[in-house]
Design a protein around this ligand. Sequence first.
Ligand code: HEC
Length: 125
Amino acid sequence: MKKIVLSMLVVAALVSCGGKDKKADGDKKETVADNSANPDYEKGLALVASSDCLTCHKIDEMLTGPSYRDIANKYAGADTAIKYLAGKIIKGGNGVWGETLMTPHAALSQEDAEAMAKYILLLKK
Ligand code: HEC
């Protein structure tokens, strides 16, 4: 069940940011359950989908960057995770998951970056 919900979210996110994998299925969005009811989840997902994040990140698979699920599993439970990840989203960088560089997102506000971080952390399995 969780997998289906998540793959629908990926599809919805890819469609709304014009990603390459166009399995248009947007009208199923309303049936998405559990975590999507969490306002942090919805807000963060919308922000992630409207930025360039999904060109390098997928929820369940490594792409250019680590999967969001791996990130969530690594940091979930750490008090400082939201602030740390928001800082990394804004500043970019490398060295935690490998040598590939994450581009900075200097135009994002701290608040929006924290909302993205909260969404990612909610993907923990
Ligand atoms: C150009 C490709 C690229 C884009 C675009 C990108 N990322 Fe990343 N991201 C990476 C890479 C590569 C890493 C691994 C960095 C490292 O090893 O320190 C990463 C790491 C992360 C991490 C984990 C940071 C850590 O220190 O563990 C988060 C959270 C993250 N990205 C979120 C985002 C969000 C949110 C966006 C959109 C605003 C985004 N990324 C856009 C490539 C990208």
